[in-house]
Design a protein around this ligand. Structure first.
Ligand SMILES: [Zn+2]
Length: 184
């Protein structure tokens, strides 16, 4: 069974955290460990943008544990990268780590149970992050969970499942790694 360490960064605690961990563990059939929350390293902070540098932070996560398959950071701060001033999710294939900005996903919540909207967004981005770490690329299908969002609306529009093409690709990666035998 895969082992994933989930690291809260900054102020990201809430009653939703337990539900998020359970969801993710069920989806990936993985063993999840919750790390003690950390303060984001000051070296990653850009004082003018008031954001943290995602590529640095995601590699820093791996230094927290070498014993798990993947490290997933859930960050209470906004992130930026050389590619974009707005980063929902940053993935480092070489570190086998990913980082999600919960701070961004908590904006513009709606409906009678706004927390559910937030947990659903977080779930989608966590599934996408681990999908990338397992070898999947970005998907152009706006309904597919592997679609890289550039706005919150795109996060809300996409589903929590893989499109048929991504599902087959993922299955092929699993076969190659010897985790499963057949396509079905
Ligand atoms: Zn897809």
């Amino acid at each position: 069974m895969r082992r994933i360490l989930v690291v809260p960064i900054g102020r990201v605690f809430g009653p939703w955290l337990e539900r998020f961990l359970q969801d993710l563990s069920n989806f990936w059939q993985a063993e999840l460990e919750l790390a003690r929350p950390i303060t984001p390293p000051a070296a990653a902070f850009h004082p003018r943008l008031r954001k943290f540098f995602a590529p640095y932070l995601v590699d820093y996560l791996r230094s927290l544990s070498r014993d798990v398959d993947y490290v997933l950071g859930v960050c209470g701060e906004e992130l930026y990268s050389p590619r974009s001033p707005i980063v929902f999710t940053e993935v480092s294939f070489s570190s086998q780590a990913a980082l999600i900005s919960a701070r961004l996903l908590q904006e513009f919540l709606f409906g009678p149970e706004p927390e559910n909207v937030f947990v659903e967004r977080l779930r989608k981005e966590a599934i996408r992050a681990l999908g990338h770490l397992l070898g999947l690329g970005p998907c152009s299908n706006p309904r597919c969970v592997m679609h890289p969002p550039s706005t919150l609306m795109e996060v809300d529009l996409k589903g929590t499942e893989f499109c048929p093409e991504c599902r087959i690709r993922l299955r092929l990666f699993q076969i190659r790694r010897g985790e499963v035998r057949g396509l079905l």
